[in-house]
Design a protein around this ligand. Structure first.
Ligand SMILES: [Cu+2]
Length: 142
């Protein structure tokens, strides 16, 4: 009779120290995974919400090449006009009225100034610096 003995397959045995290290590594993987998931959720949330928002009742008027754009604009009472200087020089929006007039002050290039109109009426205005160039506008408040 012939007995063939195979070497017993040895299961890997680890010392307690090795097991502790392995568990720590496993724990670390879980933390990294959780951090990646959290980051992805954060990115998807921040991308879905708009980053630039403007008030609902705000109307933009550009200031460029010695012109207001649009030059004439109609709004409802209580709405706000925001003049945006898209030019390389300073402009203003200054009411033509000497009494009860309004004035944005100097609007520097890339800056903006807002004025809210509460009373119905027609409000002609101009740029203090470029009125001679024909830089005029009108705001009609209904
Ligand atoms: Cu101007």
């Amino acid at each position: 009779m012939l007995f063939v003995t195979y070497p017993a397959k040895r299961l890997p045995t680890y010392t307690n120290k090795q097991l502790t290290v392995m568990k720590a590594i496993q724990h670390l993987y879980h933390l990294v995974f959780a951090a990646i998931v959290a980051t992805m959720i954060f990115i998807s949330i921040s991308c879905s919400s708009p980053t630039v928002s403007s008030p609902v009742n705000e109307t933009l008027v550009g200031m460029k090449s010695d012109r207001f754009s649009p030059a004439t604009i109609t709004i409802s009472r209580g709405e706000t006009i925001t003049w945006v200087n898209d030019d390389t020089k300073i402009h203003t929006a200054t009411s033509d009225m000497t009494e009860g007039g309004w004035y944005t002050g100097d609007v520097a290039p890339a800056a903006a100034r807002s004025i809210t109109f509460h009373s119905p009426g027609t409000y002609p205005y101009h740029c203090t610096y470029h009125v001679s160039m024909g830089m005029r506008g009108t705001i009609i408040v209904k």
